[in-house]
Design a protein around this ligand. Sequence first.
Ligand SMILES: [Zn+2]
Length: 359
Amino acid sequence: MSLSMNNKESKVMITEEMQKKIQAQKVINEQVKAAREACKPTTCIMCGKPLNGGICNSHSVPQMVLKTLTEKGMIYNKNRIADVNYFKGEVGLNQAGTFRIICRECDSNAFKEYEDPEKILQKPDTIMLAEIAIKDVILMLSTRDYEYETYVKMLDEHKILNLPQLMKVNRLDFRDYCSDFNDFMTIATGVSNYGFNVLYWNVLQYVVPIAVQGMFTIYKDMYGEIINDPHDIDENKKIESVHLAIFPYDGKTAITLFSLKKDKSYRIIMHQMNSSSEEEKLRFINYLVFALADNYYMSKSISDEFLNNEYVIKLSREYLEHPNYGMPIIEKKDIKYFSNAPVSPQDLPVIFDEKYALT
Ligand SMILES: [Zn+2]
């Protein structure tokens, strides 16, 4: 199943609710709260031990990386770019991409190879890649569970929404992420040596104003040809994801893009990357961040010129290449983000350009 629902889609649902204004919002707030309660795990997803209050507020993007970018403990999230009034565009370090699904022991042991100040700017080995991938997929499992519980709570009251279909896709995603989780664990523990393909790795000699860690599906290759069809409804097909890590740290920035070797759709991207210039590679990764990644954080000193760029905003509001989340115009300012053609990598300013580096 490749029609994955990313956070943009859950946002689409909430945007529909906005039309019914404040009352509906109140109901949703209650439901979200209830959903959060309902999907509180009782055992650690990694070691299986009971959580018994020992649950950890884990960071997806490592804290040491986020701290490179925070100012007075605050950092921008992706909502800052999308220019939507209803969502907070700025969060504190303790809310930046955190999840609560593993125990403290696992949090301090399972990621220590890559969350090492001595290693984070080095080319990651298989174990480090597996650790990054495990954390990415845990975040996805946690997000899908939370979304599912939210749908369950909404079932009775929101008949206009296509909830049963959303719930079905949600569970198929969950199944695929469980399969990824098992693969990554066997790689991390050395049981399997059938690991990852690194599609891109480099260290820039300056601090870029953005940090990213997450997994997502790339639909089109560097030349716009479809490699994963988001409209393919074959339930037997597994989601194929890439992992992107952008870690500004200690005056430099490490960038890694990789995928499971067995996810064959990305072989073409590996070949294209190998025959492209550094500038073309970074331009493509830049597009991936703002088109497909959800879990990114930006310094509050990021250039206004970049933040206010029309194409950056348009792209962050695109859903599967449809403008404005595929929604009709709700707010007056939505009009300026409508367009006939989807945003292309060439339209965008590139956040990795040295002129945007933090000094
Ligand atoms: Zn554990």
